[in-house]
Design a protein around this ligand. Structure first.
Ligand code: SAM
Length: 389
């Protein structure tokens, strides 16, 4: 049950003015307001601070926040907006509403939205928040399995963001361990909807998805500022060749997309580093399409297990970083200086490298410790003659 006292102007004002307060100290203090525990205040302060970074549209007076776990499980505004751009229609069914960050943005693309959530207090809180934002939906507090067995209407899209933790709060990754178990319900989902979008963990195995999800037509690998946040699958009643899309949001990098079949029977050329070095973004790396990157951009790979590429001519619009590099033949050139360190397919970690060569982290120059086809190499984009002084 929502404690409605939390929404009074006095308490909302306290929350807004005390966002920097130590939560630990607040909980140990004598109760500040009658009818509202300090723990409840702390939860709202944590939520409001989280909203500022992760879903700023909820950083508003009167909005209420749930306990930590539901904040953590919610999508960010950035990824929710991206997913909303992939769908449109008349009727949306979100079977795992949670804090409804996704539902908020997805529902903007539909005439009607239905939100299902098993956790009654969480759904009550979402209803309260949507009321404040003057946003409409049908809210259903039930187990989605019951809804799936009862429902007879058809939807344009179903959205599912399964809970990825078990009852002991341990993280789960396989489809059959999630709540709901997608493998059990996927047939039913496509009976009542034209399309289904499923959000999954960024570390899920993509091959496993292609082998276990039926009528899978798209896989989106979504990174934000080069950190892979979500793997999103689209299932459709209409058969289509499976397409992968790798995006790096909040960057200027272009989408890297390809048909799954394009990855068959292609091979990279290998080369010792040439003038330019290409480091694909993490969404592209997650796709595993290493040879396709080489073929598509006409650049050579350094080594079968080093997913770095090289060319003499500059390739524009590469989905990742491009550096002009020199090979370091004398390690003294980098010892004791300041660099950003990249270690890929090299026996030492960046921490070990820093220690060994007394390198200070940071600055604008990079050193890359890696391997070409036949030997270990060190590359730098720095003009080291300049650094020596
Ligand atoms: C990962 S969260 C969803 C977060 C949401 N997409 C958002 O952006 O805020 C998953 C939610 O699904 C709900 N859920 C899991 N299994 C369910 C079931 N069988 N029936 C209804 N809801 C369920 C959980 O209670 C949880 O709130």
């Amino acid at each position: 049950m929502i404690n409605h006292k939390l929404t009074t102007p006095e308490i909302q004002d306290f929350i807004a003015k005390n966002l920097q307060l130590s939560i630990h100290d607040l909980i140990l203090k004598k109760q500040i307001f009658e009818g509202v525990s300090n723990k409840e205040l702390a939860e709202q302060i944590v939520g409001r601070n989280k909203a500022k970074k992760k879903f700023p549209f909820l950083d508003k007076e009167g909005i209420l926040f749930p306990p930590h776990i539901s904040l953590e499980q919610a999508s960010s505004q950035t990824t929710a907006e991206y997913k909303a751009g992939l769908m449109k229609g008349k009727k949306l069914l979100d079977l795992t509403s949670g804090l409804a960050i996704d539902a908020y943005f997805l529902s903007n693309r539909f005439e009607e939205a239905t939100l299902v959530e098993q956790n009654s207090s969480l759904l009550e809180l979402v209803c309260h928040n949507w009321n404040i934002m003057n946003k409409k939906a049908v809210f259903i507090n039930n187990d989605l399995q019951n809804i799936l067995s009862q429902i007879s209407e058809n939807f344009d899209w179903i959205y599912i963001d399964p809970a990825r933790r078990d009852t002991l709060n341990r993280k789960k990754f396989l489809l059959e361990d999630l709540s709901p178990n997608l493998l059990e319900i996927q047939d039913r989902l496509l009976e009542i909807s034209e399309n289904v979008m499923v959000k999954l963990s960024p570390i899920i195995d993509l091959k496993y998805l292609t082998q276990n999800l039926k009528q899978l037509v798209e896989i989106h690998i979504i990174a934000v500022r080069n950190e892979v946040k979500e793997v999103v699958c689209i299932l459709s009643k209409k058969p289509k060749n499976l397409v992968f899309k790798c995006v790096n949001l909040e960057s200027t990098e272009l989408v890297f997309d390809f048909e799954y079949s394009e990855t068959d029977d292609i091979h990279s050329e290998y080369s010792y580093p040439e003038k330019y070095l290409y480091i694909p973004n993490n969404a592209v790396l997650k796709s595993g399409a290493f040879d396709l990157v080489s073929n598509r951009f006409n650049i050579k790979k350094l080594h079968p297990n080093t997913h770095l590429y090289t060319s003499d001519m500059l390739v524009e619009n590469f989905p990742g970083r491009v550096l002009e590099v020199n090979i370091i033949s004398n390690k003294k050139e980098i010892t004791g200086q300041q660099f950003n360190i990249i270690s890929k397919n090299y026996p030492l970690s960046p921490e070990e490298i820093k220690k060994k060569y007394r390198i200070k982290d940071g600055g604008s120059d990079y050193v890359i410790f890696t391997q070409s086809k036949d030997k270990k190499i060190i590359l730098s984009n720095a003009n080291l003659a300049k650094n020596k002084n």
